[in-house]
Design a protein around this ligand. Structure first.
Ligand SMILES: N[C@@H](CCC(=O)N[C@@H](CS)C(=O)NCC(=O)O)C(=O)O
Length: 162
C-alpha cells in the first residue's frame, strides 16, 4: 500500500506463502534471518526488513507524495502515532488471531487461546481510544497523516467486515 500511494512501480514484488511456511525456508532465511516478511533487497545486495525501515528508505528515494512528515515535529508525531498503532493495536490483533484462531496454528506454536482472547479484549479497548481520538482530530497524530490511513485501514476493514 505504501508503494501504491507513492506510485512506486520499480520494486519487483515476490510473494512469500506464509501459510505454507515458505518464509521459514533456508532460502528465505538467507534474506530475512528472523523469517519475517516484508524484506527489501537493495541493489548492492543488502537487505532491509521491518516495514517502517523500508518505508524510511523508500520515502528518502521518492519524497513525494510525502507520507512520513515534513517538519521534525510532524515526523515525530506521525512516528508516535504509528508506533502506538503498531504496538498497541496491531500487536493485540496479531496475538488474538495467532493464538485464538485454529487457522493460524501453522504460524504460532504453541497457541494459548485464553491469551488470544484476552488480547482481543485489549485490542477493543485500544480501538475505542482511537475512536475517541478520531472524534477530536482528523488523524491520530493531528491534522495530517497519510501514513495512518495505511496503518489503520487494515484493522478498520476487518472491523467493517466483522
Ligand atoms: N515488525 C515487523 C513485523 C513483520 C511480521 O511479523 N510480518 C509477518 C507478516 S505480516 C510475518 O512475517 N509473519 C511470519 C510469522 O509470524 O512466522 C515489520 O514491521 O515488518
Amino acid at each position: 500500500m505504501f508503494m501504491v500511494e507513492k506510485e512506486i512501480d520499480w520494486v519487483e514484488q515476490i510473494p512469500v506463502d506464509l501459510t505454507n511456511n515458505e518464509h521459514k525456508s533456508d532460502a528465505f532465511r538467507a534474506i530475512s534471518p528472523m523469517a519475517r516478511a516484508p524484506a527489501l533487497e537493495l541493489e548492492g545486495g543488502r537487505v532491509l526488513t521491518e516495514t517502517r525501515a523500508i518505508w524510511t528508505y523508500l520515502e528518502g528515494l521518492e519524497p513525494e507524495p510525502n507520507l512520513m512528515g515534513v517538519t521534525s515535529e510532524e515526523r515525530a508525531f506521525i512516528e508516535m502515532a504509528d508506533r502506538r498503532i503498531e504496538w498497541y493495536l496491531y500487536q493485540t490483533i496479531a496475538n488474538c488471531v495467532r493464538h485464538a484462531h485454529p487457522g493460524l496454528a501453522a504460524l504460532e506454536q504453541p497457541q494459548f487461546p485464553e491469551f488470544g482472547q484476552s488480547q482481543g479484549q485489549k485490542m477493543r479497548e485500544v480501538a475505542r481510544w482511537l475512536d475517541q481520538e478520531l472524534g477530536k482530530q482528523p488523524f491520530i497524530s493531528g491534522e495530517r497523516s497519510p501514513l495512518q490511513i495505511l496503518r489503520l485501514s487494515v484493522p478498520w476493514n476487518l472491523r467493517e467486515g466483522s
